[in-house]
Design a binder for this molecule. Sequence first.
Ligand SMILES: Nc1ncnc2c1ncn2[C@@H]1O[C@H](COP(=O)(O)OP(=O)(O)O)[C@@H](O)[C@H]1O
Ligand SMILES: [Mg+2]
Length: 255
Amino acid sequence: MATRVGAPVVEARELEGEVRLQGLTRRFGEVVALQDVALRIAPREVVAVVGPSGCGKSTLLELVCGLQEPSDGTVHAGRAVLMPQRDLLLPWLDARDNAALPLRLAGTNKSDARAQAHALLTELGLDGFEASRTWELSGGMRQRVAVARTLLSGAPILCLDEPFGALDAITRADAQTWLSAILHRTPRTVLLVTHDVEEAAVLADRVLVLSPRPGRIVADLAVDLPRTATGRDPTDARVVAVRARALEALRGAMA
Ligand SMILES: Nc1ncnc2c1ncn2[C@@H]1O[C@H](COP(=O)(O)OP(=O)(O)O)[C@@H](O)[C@H]1O
Ligand SMILES: [Mg+2]
């Protein structure tokens, strides 16, 4: 088949990065996890999702990735991959082969897959650690490998479920910086679940606040400040304002 170069191809690629949810409800027996969620995410938008424990955040990501079926409503999304809450690195593979796994599964030969993984790990500050086993790596390093694996899936939509939740404050700030850098260089649509409203305001273009179960969107807050290659300054007044509004919406929803 002939390949056409130009606008139509670009347009098709952009549509792949879009997410549209309408009337989305997910029940587990009697439990309503998510209720009537409507949402449109544009290609390359970074959207943070915050909300109390059990409000359906992980369920939302699994629905977007097609790992669960809606009880009601619809999900339209391009190919989306999930980086789950538990890190699923394989202990019998080194860092590079863990990162390269989606390329290998897609049929890329071993040396090309390893070269791509090595380049990305280097960019993520892991040069020299590519042959390390996962248990030899710190928590922050493991998350770099897990993010590298997620990026190498090539999916236009990344669903990251509390990626930095287990990291200490310094490592976490560092992780926000390298994630900002990699998204600056290779933009993707991102749905990022976090329990940290500051992290949400630092990393995302929009912050969605969910109510306690059944999870509904109670606030959709735009961060009126461009993302940068190093992440936003958490002390910038506009970041602080979004953080405050997200907290207020959370408190309001829980009252
Ligand atoms: N497979 C399942 N079977 C039954 N209940 C589930 C299942 N998955 C999630 N739930 C319930 O749905 C609700 C939302 O879960 P989850 O999406 O994991 O919340 P969050 O990620 O916001 O903490 C919770 O009450 C949870 O117990
Ligand atoms: Mg969860």
